[in-house]
Design a protein around this ligand. Structure first.
Ligand SMILES: Nc1ncnc2c1ncn2[C@@H]1O[C@H](COP(=O)(O)OP(=O)(O)OP(=O)(O)O)[C@@H](O)[C@H]1O
Length: 254
């Protein structure tokens, strides 16, 4: 499914937090959202996922204005992995992932084999199948993050929004999760702080600065010395890699 942001504006009181943001993500694409702390990445993701209403502008998913789509129908299409999603503590890992099936169930239908298979598959994808009976409360931060991703996968969305999904993850699981998201047959938009991971796994990157789009394009077009200096206030060398459009950034300590 395609996602289109059209002149999105959002803010609180007199402060504009998302400032006239427009871009298009095509079906199957993995878009990275990068920017300094407070640049508006989470706010923009929430607008795109329909969790916040813009002051003006609109979001279209597959050509449909999401403001016109009923919430349950939207949650069959769109899943959102939040930065620090709260979860009731007195539940098992499998219970948390089962919640992902909610949009697909009617009040009358019981829990089906299909639901159970979706949960098992999602747990498998994030390498947590062996922990399904473990209490949520006893998981490490990285394991919780992987279970939240499994919940989103169990939702069987066509568009996946992830806010800093690699927070808390060790390097193996950072790479595994981003590789899995890239290879899923769906459209994904991921807020990331690690610019090298964004370069490795995103087809295109949007750079946000003070709520506005500063640059948008392939990793090599966007991750330039100038942008890194101006937006992130760091000195860096951009090292080409054998993979087209996917540079490696070497940060300079000075
Ligand atoms: N509901 C709100 N009320 C007031 N200010 C808000 C609200 N939501 C977001 N902000 C402010 O808007 C700015 C952007 O926040 P947001 O969380 O979108 O940034 P971010 O780019 O995701 O940041 P980070 O990289 O630190 O996670 C921040 O300065 C934040 O304090």
């Amino acid at each position: 499914m395609s996602v289109v942001a059209q002149s999105l504006i959002w803010g609180v009181r007199r402060r504009t937090i998302v400032s006239d943001v427009s871009f298009k993500v095509v079906r199957g694409e993995t878009l990275g959202l990068i920017g300094p702390n407070g640049s508006g990445k989470s706010s923009l993701l929430r607008l795109l996922a329909g969790l916040k209403r813009p002051i003006s502008g609109r979001v279209e998913i597959n050509g449909q204005d999401i403001a016109q789509v009923p919430r349950k129908a939207l949650s069959r299409q769109v899943a959102f992995v939040q930065q620090s999603a709260a979860t009731d503590t007195n539940v098992t890992v499998a219970d948390v992932v089962r919640l992902g099936r909610t949009p697909h169930r009617s009040a009358l239908a019981g829990w089906s084999d299909g639901d159970e298979a979706a949960v098992a598959h999602a747990l498998d994808r994030v390498d947590m199948a062996s922990r399904k009976r473990q209490s949520w409360q006893t998981l490490s931060g990285g394991e919780r993050q992987r279970v939240h991703i499994a919940r989103a996968l169990a939702q069987a969305p066509q568009v996946l929004f992830l806010d800093e999904p690699t927070n808390h993850l060790d390097i193996h699981h950072q790479i595994e999760i981003l590789r899995m998201v890239r290879d899923l047959d769906l459209t994904s938009i991921i807020a990331l702080h690690d610019l090298n991971l964004a370069a490795m796994f995103c087809d295109r990157i949007v750079v946000l600065e003070a709520g506005a789009v500063r640059a948008c394009g392939t990793p090599d077009a966007v991750l330039t010395q100038e942008t890194l200096h101006d937006v992130f206030r760091v000195k860096a060398h951009i090292v080409p890699t054998p993979e087209a459009h996917r540079p490696h950034i070497r940060f300079s300590p000075e």
